[in-house]
Design a protein around this ligand. Structure first.
Ligand code: NAP
Length: 260
């Protein structure tokens, strides 16, 4: 299954670290040509070297997804190197924590700029190439936080992750006639560089809140993205796939205690 990924050109934004790095490695392991995107050149080059060392194909593009000129350059460089863009994984995102009394307009705007405007700019920039090719796959990295759940300190983040889905549903209709699908993966808690400062106590409690008893991995999310990006998923568009080990399922903590 998923042989269709081989030789496809895929842009993975936010692939210098964390979940995006995992998505990039999963796609590269299936033979895709991967354009790695982030602002940290050193980190991107390290991922590129790792993929190449495993026999994969990757290039690094330093770009800020919230900046239109960067996004246009990112797509142009991918088309130049790989001959097109078959798949976009719009994964780059930020999650600065601030509870309501301390949430500044700057933090609100910055979160929306990267998570929402960044996703929109990347989608808009790849679509003309996909229309020309007569097919395309777009996978957004949203979150359970916002679309399904809430968590103190992440009001702005949750809003941005829900906004991605609102965008996705109309884009799915607009793109359907061009055989382009757009879907979203909604990860639960995945220990990445971005959440590495969390206290061990928080991590333990989070793990305990997952029915499967473990946190997610970047690969878990990568495989879900791989499914949406495959030819086999051609009839699925505008949909979400929660990747959380069952975290959103318990009605209350009692449901978990019942099983422990
Ligand atoms: P992470 O470890 O902090 O990595 C974030 C990635 O996004 C990095 O590669 C970073 O690259 C890139 N990035 C941030 N701002 C960018 C910008 N303006 N332009 C280009 N790249 C940018 O975070 P993560 O945990 O992997 O999160 C990745 C995605 O998954 C996010 O959309 C997040 O909302 C979502 N998510 C994460 C979790 C979780 O538990 N970890 C759960 C649900 C959803 P540079 O530093 O090189 O710019």
């Amino acid at each position: 299954m998923f042989q269709s990924i081989a030789d496809r050109a895929v842009i993975v934004t936010g692939s210098s670290k964390g979940i995006g790095k995992g998505i990039a490695k999963v796609f590269a392991s299936r033979g895709a040509k991967v354009a790695l995107v982030g602002r940290d050149e050193k980190a991107l080059k390290a991922v590129e070297a790792e993929i190449k060392a495993s026999g994969g194909t990757a290039i690094s593009i330093v770009a800020d997804v919230s900046q239109i000129a960067d996004v246009k350059r990112m797509v142009a460089a991918t088309v130049e190197q790989f001959g097109g863009v078959d798949i976009l994984c719009a994964n780059a995102g930020i999650f600065p924590s601030a509870k309501l009394p301390d949430l500044t307009v700057e933090t609100w705007d910055q979160t929306m700029e990267v998570n929402v405007r960044g996703s929109f700019l990347c989608v808009q920039a790849v679509v003309p190439h996909m229309i020309r090719a007569g097919r395309g796959r777009i996978v957004l990295t949203s979150s359970i936080t916002g679309p399904v759940t809430g968590y103190p300190g992440w009001m702005h983040y949750g809003a941005s992750k829900a906004a991605q889905l609102g965008m996705m549903r109309t884009a799915a209709i607009e793109l359907a006639a061009h055989k382009i699908t757009i879907n979203a993966v909604l990860p639960g808690n995945v220990p990445t560089e971005g959440v590495s400062q969390l206290a061990p106590d928080y991590v333990k409690k989070m793990t305990d809140a997952v029915p499967q008893g473990r946190l997610g991995t970047a690969d878990d999310v990568g495989f879900a993205a791989l499914f949406f990006a495959s030819d086999e998923a051609s009839y699925i568009t505008g949909q979400t796939l929660i990747v959380d080990g069952g975290q959103v399922l318990p009605e209350s903590h009692m449901a978990l205690e019942e099983m422990r």
